[in-house]
Design a protein around this ligand. Structure first.
Ligand code: URA
Length: 258
């Protein structure tokens, strides 16, 4: 087979050694730590370009990729499309999130089953009527991983926005203005049993479903918007570390076929 190179990720099909599964943090700074988390072994960097940093690691002899997507749908869509071009078939996003239901504690891991599509990128892959749904294998692996680790988790619908400030109805922005279409929207999502806000699940789940691939998202709660607007360092650490544990264990389950 001819070697295939993808432009933005700056990797080729030979380098990924047939890897069919990828973990997708948003932050390039989280890639190395994820790739070096047990039971992953022999992690090493393949490339680093713009927001895209890719490491390869192994579960026994099975290669696993860890690729950062940057923040939001447009950059995530490029990462997913290019990884799929190279042969990746299962995608698990790992990130952080703001809960909107009062009863969700900091550190809880939200396993998204479906996303409210408040992004733009996913509409370039499938019309807005198309559902952003996670693959049941991925949801099941993440839920089993969280339960096995004793990490608190919730499964359900996430609101996935293109913007952190107005789209998530934040008034503590530069202008302080939230356009009318978003004023009161958090209460509406709350009443519709949406669990949380984040910024990539719509793109990840729409693209993977529309391309016939497996996708899922796990996100650690770093703030509860029903209680506070402040993200503390300790809360960030609690949300991030639980999400990483669950994501790595979920990938191990998917590779093992459990
Ligand atoms: N990520 C988001 O998109 N929103 C939050 O409130 C926290 C993390």
């Amino acid at each position: 087979m001819p070697v295939r190179t993808v432009y933005h990720l700056n990797i080729d099909s030979d380098q990924i050694e047939g890897a069919a599964i990828a973990l997708l943090p948003g932050d390039p700074g989280r890639v190395q730590g994820l790739a070096l988390t047990a039971p992953f072994e022999r992690g090493r960097e393949l490339a680093s370009k713009r927001e895209y940093r890719t490491w390869i690691a192994y579960l026994g002899s099975t290669p696993v990729l860890v690729t950062s997507t940057g923040i939001g749908g447009p950059s995530a869509s490029i990462a997913i499309d290019e990884l799929a071009q190279l042969g990746v078939r299962t995608f698990l996003r790992v990130g952080t999130t703001g809960a909107i239901q009062e009863d969700i504690d900091i550190g809880t891991v939200v396993i998204t089953t479906g996303a409210v599509r408040l992004d733009g990128a996913s509409t370039h892959y499938a019309p807005i009527e198309y559902p952003a749904v996670a693959h049941p294998d991925v949801v099941q692996a993440a839920a089993a991983a969280a339960a096995g680790l004793g990490v608190p988790f919730r499964t359900g619908v996430s609101a996935s926005t293109d913007t952190f400030y107005p789209g998530q109805e934040r008034y503590d922005s530069f202008s302080g203005y939230v356009p009318r279409r978003f004023q009161g929207i958090t209460e509406e999502w709350r009443r519709l049993h949406v669990l949380n806000y984040e910024m990539e699940s719509s793109t990840v789940l729409t693209l993977t479903a529309a391309m016939g691939l497996r996708g899922g998202c796990v996100a650690g709660v770093v703030v509860n918007r029903a209680r506070s607007e402040n993200v503390t360092k300790a809360d960030l650490e609690a949300g991030e570390s639980n999400a990483v544990k669950v994501a790595v264990a979920a990938v191990a389950r998917l590779v093992a076929g459990r």
